[in-house]
Design a protein around this ligand. Structure first.
Ligand code: G6P
Length: 610
């Protein structure tokens, strides 16, 4: 993963590069470093830990007009200062920051060792600095272009040379890299968020491209030849990417869900006084005619997006009556999948960069099947490479634990299901109108749910010292249970398992005793009776029961220890409403346990290595 941030400017920019690294910490945060052009060559500062530590240890007198920084998520070599980026060649004149993995680095290192080179780190990146130094004949661009064909693997690179102080070079193959065009300064970063307070003019590099950055502008090249760059205006603003007074990004993003849902649903769906609901289809989305050939849908995703895909299967099969298969993208692509004609492949991804999902998308595209990306980050790699795009419009999501992107994914999948249902006439007009009404109501219901969520803080405090947690549900409640468990384990480090409650008696019931909190998603509706019997099975084994229940459920008190009520009149979209208490339970438990909510240990938000 790792985050890269560099600026070359007419002004002093060292603090701006360090601030930019803060905005990229979600990509990795085990160590951090920066290299800058001082009057006497390149200077480097690296620390194990976070950007704040680096900022605190910087020489206050240091200034620079050109600098490159890196926040690391370790792949090759432990998170030590020696392994932190930037890496330099032994002369110290060349510095490299890298996101990705160089697969043939051991071979390259052997070759360099045989020529007498000495290394100061265990990283794959250091070999690149050595190779560039050896290829340099007074022209950094030429040296980088000579070295790149020797690198096997994936990379986003930033390169500097002491002898060419007004120059930064970027190169991309497989890992994201973006250029920001400011006033008298040009920036290089892993995504646009660190640019937003400087500029909204950006150019996204494609694989195989090299960027040459100078204060007055940039050039993009491929195979040694210049290209015309595609400069776009970024839709997000600096305010969208700020914390706006919330203690954590995750909390802000949880509370942004009503707005995110409303933005998406209002843009895509309307319900006239009479007749069928209307779905609004932007140009980049799949055209109606292409929908008619679809016989089967495969949903490809990872992490939270995979849980959204599981709910998506239920929605699409129920409303559109099209067979639908959620798949982990990595499992799909490595098992030589059977790809039948008439299949629509949908990648679901917040970042648009997850390497396994991206690789599955490329595999599908190579076989000529249609691809649609449900993606939050506009102009991310998947948004650019998929045939069709369904933008999630949730705004920047910075907290590592995904929240608002999840609920927007579920809403988007329902809109997709409705679109098929309307076009194919799989349900009556009345039923489709009811579903559209559910969706149009969900944003205000989510707002109401969030208003009473303070109660979850008390529950979190009560259970925060438990070692294990179970989350159970059926139907849409099953993926929600998986998502609730994922949220809790990823940010509070409490071991949690989510499962289909029908599975409890096939083994996991053996875990239940008075020490085991069990959260049930028990809204009224189909399968309620079955859920209630599962709940009683747990109760009989003295499990501590927390239940998310329907507003008017009067009986549940006899069965559950803690009850969270939801005004559940949004049909199958009630699933979106249940996710808020799950997110907040995890949030408050993590805060109470003193965990770093936005940057959980060992994780990164955008997983761009396999
Ligand atoms: C990482 C993140 C998760 C996210 C998953 C998929 O594991 O920590 O929050 O759900 O990647 O990411 P994507 O950007 O493809 O939705």
């Amino acid at each position: 993963m790792c985050g890269i941030m560099g600026i070359v400017s007419k002004k002093e920019i060292l603090p701006a590069v360090i601030d930019g690294l803060r905005a990229l910490e979600y990509r990795g945060y085990d160590s951090v470093g920066v290299v800058w052009q001082s009057g006497e060559g390149l200077r480097v500062k690296r620390v194990v830990g976070r950007v704040d530590k680096l900022a605190g240890e910087m020489d206050p007198a240091a200034t620079a007009r050109s600098a490159l920084g890196h926040t690391r998520w370790a792949t090759h070599g432990a998170p030590t200062e020696c392994n932190a980026h930037p890496h330099r060649d032994p002369s110290g004149r060349f510095a490299v920051v890298h996101n990705g993995i160089i697969d043939n680095y051991a071979e390259l290192k052997q070759e360099l060792l045989a020529q007498g080179a000495t290394f100061s780190s265990e990283t794959d990146t250091e070999v690149i600095a050595h190779l560039i130094a050896r290829a340099y004949k007074g022209d950094l661009l030429a040296a980088v272009e000579e070295v790149l064909p020797r690198l096997v693997g994936v990379y986003a690179l930033g390169v500097m040379c002491a002898d060419e102080p007004e120059l930064l070079i970027g190169a991309r193959k497989g890992s994201p890299l973006t250029i920001g065009l400011g006033d008298g300064e040009t920036m290089l970063a892993s995504d646009v968020v660190p640019f937003l307070s400087h500029t909204r003019q950006a150019c996204y590099l494609n694989d195989g491209e090299v960027a040459v950055l100078r204060p007055e502008g940039f050039e993009v090249r491929k195979e040694g030849k210049p290209l015309t760059p595609d400069i776009r205006t970024i839709e997000w603003s600096a305010e969208d990417a700020g914390r706006e007074g919330y203690e954590h990004y995750m909390l802000k993003e949880i509370y942004e869900q009503p707005k995110a849902l409303k933005t998406l649903i209002d843009a895509r769906l309307s319900l006239p006084e009479k007749g069928l609901p209307r779905i609004h289809v932007p140009e980049e989305d799949i055209p109606d005619a292409a929908l008619d050939t679809v016989k089967r849908i495969v949903l490809l995703a990872h992490g939270t997006a995979y849980h959204a895909a599981m709910i998506g299967r239920l929605l699409i099969e129920r409303v559109a009556r099209i067979p639908c298969y959620p798949e982990y993208a990595s499992d799909f692509r490595y098992r030589n999948p059977i790809m039948e004609p008439g299949t629509l492949y949908v990648v679901i991804t917040q970042s648009g960069e997850t390497i396994d999902t991206l690789s599955a998308l490329r595999l599908v595209k190579d076989t000529g099947h249609p691809t649609l990306a449900l993606v939050n980050v506009p102009s991310s790699t998947m948004a650019r490479e998929a045939d069709y795009v369904f933008p999630l419009m949730a705004g920047p999501e910075i907290g590592v634990a995904s929240t608002k992107a999840f609920t927007s994914m579920v809403a988007a999948l329902y809109i997709l299901a409705l679109r098929f249902g309307i076009r194919r006439g799989t349900e009556s007009e009345a039923s489709l109108r009811r579903r559209a009404g559910d969706l149009l109501r969900v944003s205000s219901r989510m707002h109401e749910v969030l208003l009473k969520c303070d109660f979850l803080k008390d529950i979190a405090l009560k259970y925060k010292d438990k070692e294990h947690f179970l989350f159970l549900g059926r139907g849409a409640g099953w993926p929600l249970a998986l998502e609730g468990a994922l949220k809790l384990k990823e940010i509070s480090y409490i071991h949690a398992e989510g499962m289909n409650s029908s599975e409890i008696k096939h083994g996991p019931l053996a875990l239940v005793d008075e020490e085991m909190p069990v959260l049930f998603i028990t809204l009224k509706g189909e399968r309620y009776d079955r859920l209630l019997s599962n709940l009683n099975e747990v109760k009989a084994r003295h499990g501590r029961i927390i239940a998310i229940v329907s507003q008017d459920d009067e009986d549940i008190h006899q069965h559950a220890d803690e009850v969270f009520r939801i005004h559940d009149d949004c049909g199958v979209m009630n699933s979106i409403l249940c996710s808020a208490p799950l997110q907040l339970l995890a949030y408050h438990a993590a805060v109470a346990r003193g965990c770093d909510v936005d940057k959980p240990k060992n994780l990164a938000k955008s997983v761009t290595v396999e």
